[in-house]
Ligand binder design. Structure first.
Ligand code: NAD
Length: 249
Protein backbone atom coordinates (compact mmCIF):
# COMPACT_ATOMS: atom_id res chain seq x y z
CA UNK A 1 0.00 0.00 0.00
CA UNK A 2 1.42 3.33 -1.08
CA UNK A 3 0.06 5.43 1.81
CA UNK A 4 0.01 2.97 4.70
CA UNK A 5 -0.07 4.84 8.03
CA UNK A 6 -0.21 8.27 6.36
CA UNK A 7 -2.60 11.08 7.29
CA UNK A 8 -3.84 13.30 4.46
CA UNK A 9 -5.86 16.52 4.54
CA UNK A 10 -7.87 17.05 1.36
CA UNK A 11 -9.53 20.47 1.09
CA UNK A 12 -12.77 20.75 -0.86
CA UNK A 13 -13.33 16.99 -0.65
CA UNK A 14 -17.04 17.05 0.22
CA UNK A 15 -18.23 17.62 -3.36
CA UNK A 16 -19.75 14.31 -4.51
CA UNK A 17 -18.35 14.18 -8.07
CA UNK A 18 -15.31 16.33 -7.30
CA UNK A 19 -11.58 15.84 -7.70
CA UNK A 20 -11.07 16.10 -3.92
CA UNK A 21 -13.52 13.28 -3.15
CA UNK A 22 -11.97 11.03 -5.82
CA UNK A 23 -8.51 11.80 -4.43
CA UNK A 24 -9.62 10.96 -0.89
CA UNK A 25 -11.02 7.63 -2.11
CA UNK A 26 -7.84 6.78 -4.00
CA UNK A 27 -5.79 7.54 -0.87
CA UNK A 28 -8.03 5.38 1.36
CA UNK A 29 -7.55 2.48 -1.06
CA UNK A 30 -3.80 2.86 -0.42
CA UNK A 31 -4.12 2.84 3.39
CA UNK A 32 -4.34 6.55 4.28
CA UNK A 33 -6.52 8.17 6.92
CA UNK A 34 -8.28 11.21 5.49
CA UNK A 35 -9.36 14.58 6.79
CA UNK A 36 -12.10 16.00 4.57
CA UNK A 37 -12.06 19.76 4.96
CA UNK A 38 -14.90 21.76 3.40
CA UNK A 39 -17.29 24.67 3.93
CA UNK A 40 -20.22 22.74 5.38
CA UNK A 41 -19.64 20.68 8.51
CA UNK A 42 -22.40 18.12 7.91
CA UNK A 43 -21.27 17.56 4.33
CA UNK A 44 -17.63 17.22 5.36
CA UNK A 45 -18.58 14.68 8.03
CA UNK A 46 -20.83 12.77 5.64
CA UNK A 47 -18.03 12.62 3.07
CA UNK A 48 -15.60 11.36 5.73
CA UNK A 49 -18.10 8.69 6.88
CA UNK A 50 -18.62 7.65 3.26
CA UNK A 51 -14.89 6.86 3.06
CA UNK A 52 -15.23 4.28 5.86
CA UNK A 53 -14.21 4.24 9.51
CA UNK A 54 -11.45 6.33 11.07
CA UNK A 55 -11.63 9.40 8.83
CA UNK A 56 -12.43 12.93 9.94
CA UNK A 57 -14.69 15.61 8.45
CA UNK A 58 -14.08 19.23 9.43
CA UNK A 59 -15.60 22.57 8.53
CA UNK A 60 -13.16 25.23 7.47
CA UNK A 61 -13.22 28.08 4.99
CA UNK A 62 -9.72 28.09 3.50
CA UNK A 63 -9.88 31.87 3.06
CA UNK A 64 -10.04 32.25 6.86
CA UNK A 65 -6.54 31.91 8.26
CA UNK A 66 -7.66 31.18 11.82
CA UNK A 67 -10.09 28.50 10.59
CA UNK A 68 -7.17 26.78 8.80
CA UNK A 69 -5.01 26.94 11.95
CA UNK A 70 -7.87 25.59 14.11
CA UNK A 71 -8.58 22.74 11.67
CA UNK A 72 -4.94 21.70 11.62
CA UNK A 73 -4.87 21.76 15.46
CA UNK A 74 -7.86 19.38 15.47
CA UNK A 75 -6.12 17.05 13.02
CA UNK A 76 -3.02 17.02 15.21
CA UNK A 77 -5.15 16.29 18.27
CA UNK A 78 -6.86 13.37 16.54
CA UNK A 79 -4.01 11.85 14.53
CA UNK A 80 -0.76 13.40 15.84
CA UNK A 81 0.74 13.68 12.35
CA UNK A 82 0.06 15.22 8.92
CA UNK A 83 1.86 13.66 5.99
CA UNK A 84 -0.06 15.02 3.00
CA UNK A 85 -1.97 18.19 2.15
CA UNK A 86 -4.00 18.39 -1.06
CA UNK A 87 -4.83 22.06 -1.69
CA UNK A 88 -7.87 21.25 -3.81
CA UNK A 89 -10.61 23.70 -2.72
CA UNK A 90 -11.41 26.03 -5.59
CA UNK A 91 -14.12 27.98 -7.36
CA UNK A 92 -14.41 29.42 -10.84
CA UNK A 93 -16.56 31.93 -12.73
CA UNK A 94 -17.05 31.98 -16.52
CA UNK A 95 -16.80 35.74 -17.05
CA UNK A 96 -14.69 38.02 -19.23
CA UNK A 97 -12.04 40.59 -18.29
CA UNK A 98 -14.22 43.68 -18.49
CA UNK A 99 -16.95 42.06 -16.40
CA UNK A 100 -14.76 41.10 -13.43
CA UNK A 101 -16.03 43.07 -10.42
CA UNK A 102 -14.02 43.59 -7.24
CA UNK A 103 -16.24 40.97 -5.58
CA UNK A 104 -15.58 38.47 -8.41
CA UNK A 105 -11.85 39.08 -8.13
CA UNK A 106 -11.82 38.64 -4.37
CA UNK A 107 -13.94 35.48 -4.42
CA UNK A 108 -11.85 33.68 -7.04
CA UNK A 109 -8.41 34.87 -5.93
CA UNK A 110 -9.21 34.23 -2.28
CA UNK A 111 -10.35 30.62 -2.48
CA UNK A 112 -7.83 29.46 -5.08
CA UNK A 113 -4.71 31.38 -4.08
CA UNK A 114 -5.10 32.78 -0.57
CA UNK A 115 -6.63 29.46 0.53
CA UNK A 116 -3.65 27.54 -0.82
CA UNK A 117 -1.31 29.84 1.09
CA UNK A 118 -3.26 29.71 4.36
CA UNK A 119 -3.64 25.92 4.43
CA UNK A 120 0.03 25.47 3.54
CA UNK A 121 1.05 27.94 6.26
CA UNK A 122 -1.02 26.01 8.79
CA UNK A 123 0.44 22.61 7.84
CA UNK A 124 4.07 23.45 7.03
CA UNK A 125 5.29 23.89 10.64
CA UNK A 126 3.96 20.39 11.42
CA UNK A 127 5.65 18.88 8.35
CA UNK A 128 8.87 20.75 9.05
CA UNK A 129 8.95 19.39 12.62
CA UNK A 130 8.26 15.85 11.30
CA UNK A 131 10.90 16.37 8.59
CA UNK A 132 8.54 14.84 6.05
CA UNK A 133 5.53 15.86 4.03
CA UNK A 134 4.04 16.21 0.58
CA UNK A 135 1.83 19.09 -0.54
CA UNK A 136 -0.07 19.04 -3.83
CA UNK A 137 -1.54 22.30 -5.13
CA UNK A 138 -4.41 22.21 -7.62
CA UNK A 139 -3.79 24.65 -10.44
CA UNK A 140 -5.38 24.40 -13.90
CA UNK A 141 -4.53 24.28 -17.59
CA UNK A 142 -6.19 27.72 -17.57
CA UNK A 143 -3.06 29.06 -15.86
CA UNK A 144 -0.88 27.81 -18.73
CA UNK A 145 -3.02 28.64 -21.74
CA UNK A 146 -4.71 31.79 -20.49
CA UNK A 147 -8.15 30.33 -19.90
CA UNK A 148 -10.35 29.86 -22.91
CA UNK A 149 -12.01 26.74 -21.51
CA UNK A 150 -14.42 27.72 -18.80
CA UNK A 151 -12.95 29.95 -16.08
CA UNK A 152 -12.42 33.68 -16.50
CA UNK A 153 -9.11 35.61 -16.57
CA UNK A 154 -9.17 36.09 -12.81
CA UNK A 155 -9.32 32.28 -12.47
CA UNK A 156 -6.33 31.92 -14.84
CA UNK A 157 -4.45 34.50 -12.77
CA UNK A 158 -5.28 32.80 -9.47
CA UNK A 159 -4.21 29.39 -10.79
CA UNK A 160 -1.00 30.84 -12.27
CA UNK A 161 -0.37 32.33 -8.82
CA UNK A 162 -0.77 28.85 -7.35
CA UNK A 163 2.02 27.57 -9.62
CA UNK A 164 4.40 30.30 -8.45
CA UNK A 165 3.48 29.77 -4.83
CA UNK A 166 3.96 26.00 -5.07
CA UNK A 167 7.39 26.39 -6.68
CA UNK A 168 8.52 28.94 -4.11
CA UNK A 169 7.37 26.76 -1.21
CA UNK A 170 9.12 23.77 -2.81
CA UNK A 171 12.38 25.74 -2.86
CA UNK A 172 11.96 26.96 0.73
CA UNK A 173 10.93 23.67 2.35
CA UNK A 174 12.98 21.18 0.32
CA UNK A 175 15.72 21.20 2.97
CA UNK A 176 13.08 20.10 5.51
CA UNK A 177 12.19 17.09 3.33
CA UNK A 178 8.81 18.62 2.50
CA UNK A 179 7.91 18.35 -1.19
CA UNK A 180 5.49 20.73 -2.91
CA UNK A 181 4.16 20.04 -6.41
CA UNK A 182 1.32 21.23 -8.60
CA UNK A 183 -1.24 19.60 -10.89
CA UNK A 184 -2.78 21.33 -13.91
CA UNK A 185 -5.98 19.51 -14.90
CA UNK A 186 -7.72 20.17 -18.20
CA UNK A 187 -11.51 19.93 -18.35
CA UNK A 188 -12.62 17.40 -15.74
CA UNK A 189 -16.29 16.43 -15.45
CA UNK A 190 -17.26 17.65 -11.98
CA UNK A 191 -19.85 20.07 -10.59
CA UNK A 192 -17.52 23.10 -10.58
CA UNK A 193 -19.10 24.29 -13.84
CA UNK A 194 -22.48 24.39 -12.06
CA UNK A 195 -24.48 23.34 -15.13
CA UNK A 196 -23.11 26.22 -17.21
CA UNK A 197 -21.06 24.01 -19.54
CA UNK A 198 -23.29 23.30 -22.55
CA UNK A 199 -23.04 20.26 -24.86
CA UNK A 200 -21.99 22.59 -27.69
CA UNK A 201 -19.12 23.89 -25.54
CA UNK A 202 -18.07 20.29 -24.75
CA UNK A 203 -18.00 19.31 -28.45
CA UNK A 204 -15.88 22.36 -29.20
CA UNK A 205 -13.43 21.59 -26.39
CA UNK A 206 -13.14 17.91 -27.44
CA UNK A 207 -11.78 18.98 -30.84
CA UNK A 208 -8.65 20.19 -29.07
CA UNK A 209 -8.04 17.06 -26.95
CA UNK A 210 -5.87 14.36 -28.64
CA UNK A 211 -7.12 11.65 -26.24
CA UNK A 212 -10.62 12.59 -27.43
CA UNK A 213 -12.43 12.61 -24.10
CA UNK A 214 -12.98 14.93 -21.16
CA UNK A 215 -11.21 14.02 -17.96
CA UNK A 216 -12.62 12.16 -14.95
CA UNK A 217 -11.93 13.09 -11.35
CA UNK A 218 -10.14 9.73 -11.06
CA UNK A 219 -7.62 10.82 -13.72
CA UNK A 220 -6.53 13.66 -11.45
CA UNK A 221 -6.79 11.60 -8.25
CA UNK A 222 -4.27 9.09 -9.60
CA UNK A 223 -1.74 11.86 -10.25
CA UNK A 224 -2.30 13.25 -6.74
CA UNK A 225 -1.62 9.75 -5.42
CA UNK A 226 1.67 9.62 -7.30
CA UNK A 227 2.72 13.05 -5.99
CA UNK A 228 1.60 12.30 -2.41
CA UNK A 229 3.38 8.95 -2.23
CA UNK A 230 7.05 8.03 -2.13
CA UNK A 231 6.82 7.01 -5.81
CA UNK A 232 7.63 10.68 -6.47
CA UNK A 233 10.24 11.01 -3.69
CA UNK A 234 12.71 13.00 -5.85
CA UNK A 235 10.12 15.38 -7.35
CA UNK A 236 9.55 18.82 -5.94
CA UNK A 237 8.51 22.08 -7.59
CA UNK A 238 7.12 20.26 -10.63
CA UNK A 239 3.83 20.76 -12.45
CA UNK A 240 2.08 17.68 -13.86
CA UNK A 241 -0.37 18.24 -16.71
CA UNK A 242 -3.51 16.06 -16.63
CA UNK A 243 -5.31 17.26 -19.73
CA UNK A 244 -5.48 14.47 -22.36
CA UNK A 245 -2.99 16.39 -24.49
CA UNK A 246 -5.04 19.59 -24.62
CA UNK A 247 -1.82 21.51 -24.02
CA UNK A 248 1.35 19.91 -25.33
CA UNK A 249 4.30 22.18 -24.68
P1 NAD B 1 -16.04 21.00 -7.09
O1 NAD B 1 -16.88 22.24 -7.17
O2 NAD B 1 -16.67 19.68 -7.35
O3 NAD B 1 -15.34 20.95 -5.66
C1 NAD B 1 -14.78 22.08 -5.05
C2 NAD B 1 -14.92 21.93 -3.54
O4 NAD B 1 -14.28 23.05 -2.90
C3 NAD B 1 -16.37 21.93 -3.06
O5 NAD B 1 -16.58 20.82 -2.20
C4 NAD B 1 -16.51 23.25 -2.32
O6 NAD B 1 -17.44 23.23 -1.25
C5 NAD B 1 -15.08 23.45 -1.82
N1 NAD B 1 -14.80 24.85 -1.48
C6 NAD B 1 -15.11 25.96 -2.21
N2 NAD B 1 -14.73 27.06 -1.55
C7 NAD B 1 -14.16 26.65 -0.39
C8 NAD B 1 -13.58 27.32 0.71
N3 NAD B 1 -13.52 28.66 0.77
N4 NAD B 1 -13.09 26.59 1.75
C9 NAD B 1 -13.17 25.23 1.72
N5 NAD B 1 -13.70 24.53 0.70
C10 NAD B 1 -14.19 25.24 -0.34
O7 NAD B 1 -14.82 21.27 -8.06
P2 NAD B 1 -13.71 20.32 -8.74
O8 NAD B 1 -13.92 20.40 -10.18
O9 NAD B 1 -13.61 19.02 -8.05
O10 NAD B 1 -12.42 21.23 -8.45
C11 NAD B 1 -11.41 20.89 -7.53
C12 NAD B 1 -10.18 21.72 -7.85
O11 NAD B 1 -9.69 21.39 -9.16
C13 NAD B 1 -10.42 23.23 -7.85
O12 NAD B 1 -9.30 23.87 -7.29
C14 NAD B 1 -10.53 23.55 -9.32
O13 NAD B 1 -10.21 24.90 -9.60
C15 NAD B 1 -9.52 22.58 -9.90
N6 NAD B 1 -9.71 22.31 -11.32
C16 NAD B 1 -10.87 21.76 -11.78
C17 NAD B 1 -11.02 21.52 -13.14
C18 NAD B 1 -12.28 20.92 -13.71
O14 NAD B 1 -12.42 20.93 -14.94
N7 NAD B 1 -13.19 20.41 -12.91
C19 NAD B 1 -9.98 21.84 -14.02
C20 NAD B 1 -8.82 22.39 -13.52
C21 NAD B 1 -8.69 22.63 -12.16
Amino acid sequence: MLLDGKVAIVTGAASLRGIGRATAKAFVAQGARIVVLDLDEAQAQAAAADLGQGHLGLRADVTDRQACVDAVAKVQEQFGQIDILINNAGITQPIKTLDISPANYEAVLDVNLRGTLYMSQAVLPVMRAQRRGSIVCMSSVSAQRGGGIFGGPHYSAAKAGVLGLARAMAREFGPDNVRVNAVTPGLIQTDITAGKLTDAMKVDILKGIPLNRLGDAQDVANVCLFLASDLSSYLTGVTLDVNGGMLIH
